[in-house]
Design a protein around this ligand. Structure first.
Ligand SMILES: Cc1cc2nc3c(=O)[nH]c(=O)nc-3n(C[C@H](O)[C@H](O)[C@H](O)COP(=O)(O)O)c2cc1C
Length: 351
């Protein structure tokens, strides 16, 4: 099986969608080990916008007047058994380079009109009967509803029944350098879906639906994004949050990322201290909640101290407690294992 894997994210190798597409392709290869994969990063290619001249239909049938990387890509496209379209959702559609690529497929279509399954199309100029497509996409919002419909419909119209879709909301969960547990589970599910896809070249609708469920509770995720964004998005060099409530805002943002359900009789209390500010507070992680409590608190098992800027970088996912510990910028007193456990209770989220 020849797999043409198109990475349509401007973030190229840092793409969240790519993590899902990599998992899907890995699954396909597990089930069909002799498959070849041609991975194309569209944003590394020279693909000009279609000029709409119809030269590829009339003057030089099958050949575009523009000389760029699309000439070779058209050949790869025709040869592929499976085309994996990996792209983020942009304004309910696709990113511009992916659209430029799509428009430039025109030389692969003939000017004839053909009616199929109730819609009119231009038939392919090559035998595409056994070619199938997988659309893999992530988005920023926490839901697929009233978000992915236009992109999904565009692929339905383009590919008919030959398209399967993996549309995962909460792309930030996958973009994080160290995806949390929920995102890792979803990546495994996508890999299994890839293995299921390899032979019938389709995945069951209920699997598509399962993969579209958000990996975090949607309301909670919205709270995380809004709190973390308030801290992380202030221009560098400027105070990210007013000094008087910085420490509190940081710890509130941390608490909002809490993703674990501890056993009812289990709890973890970590005192967070700021080396350049007098404030300190305790994060108390319990069965379903994480709350910010005043310090000192009798239940505290461990104390972490870092300066405000480092805490902000930890909350916004630029570094981790463990990494900061290793490079000596963060200090810990008390139960060291509690620190490692503590970090695992919070989702990595890129916002
Ligand atoms: C220009 C632009 C438009 C976007 N439009 C949407 C959108 O309509 N809906 C949505 O949920 N997310 C939207 N997003 C968020 C991205 O889909 C999201 O960050 C995605 O996970 C990025 O994936 P990538 O890392 O593979 O590029 C948009 C992002 C950008 C930069």
């Amino acid at each position: 099986m020849n797999i043409l894997y198109l990475n349509g994210s401007p973030r190229k190798h840092a793409s969240a969608t790519k993590k899902l597409a990599d998992a899907f392709v890995a699954g396909m290869r597990e089930a069909a080990p002799s498959s070849t994969v041609d991975e194309i990063v569209l944003y590394d290619k020279s693909i000009a916008a279609c000029r709409g001249c119809f030269g590829c239909w009339h003057r030089t049938p099958g050949v575009c007047v523009i000389r760029d990387d699309m000439g070779d890509l058209l050949v790869s496209f025709r040869r592929a058994d499976v085309i994996v379209w990996s792209m983020p959702l942009y304004y309910f559609g696709m990113p511009s380079k992916a659209k430029a690529f799509l428009d430039r497929l025109m030389p692969n279509n003939s000017p004839l009109f053909e009616e199929r399954n109730g819609s009119i199309r231009h038939p392919q100029t090559y035998d595409a009967a056994s070619q199938s497509h997988v659309l893999i996409s992530t988005c920023g919002f926490q839901t697929t509803e009233r978000n992915f419909e236009a992109l999904a419909l565009q692929f339905d119209l383009l590919c008919g029944e030959r398209v399967s879709k993996v549309l995962c909301p909460v792309g930030g969960a996958f973009a994080a350098e160290r995806p949390g547990r929920a995102a890792r589970t979803r990546l495994d599910e996508v890999r299994v879906a890839g293995a299921m896809y390899a032979v019938p070249k389709s995945i069951p609708l209920n699997t598509e639906r399962l993969l579209s469920t958000p990996v975090f509770d949607p309301d909670r995720y919205m709270a995380v994004v809004n709190r973390v964004a308030a801290i992380a998005k202030t221009p560098p060099g400027k105070e990210r949050t007013p000094p008087s409530n910085r420490a509190n805002a940081i710890l509130e943002a941390f608490a909002a990322r809490y993703c674990e359900n501890l056993e009812p009789d289990d709890a973890l209390a970590v005192e967070c201290a700021f080396s350049d500010e007098p404030s300190r507070a305790v994060l108390l992680c319990e069965a379903r909640t994480c709350t910010v409590r005043p310090a000192p608190d009798g239940r505290t098992q461990t104390r972490i101290e870092a300066d405000v800027a480092l805490w902000e970088r930890i909350v916004s996912g630029e570094t981790s407690i463990t990494d900061a510990l290793l490079d000596g910028t963060l200090r810990v007193w008390g139960d060291f294992e509690a620190v490692l456990r503590f970090e695992d209770l919070f989702e990595g989220v890129e916002v």
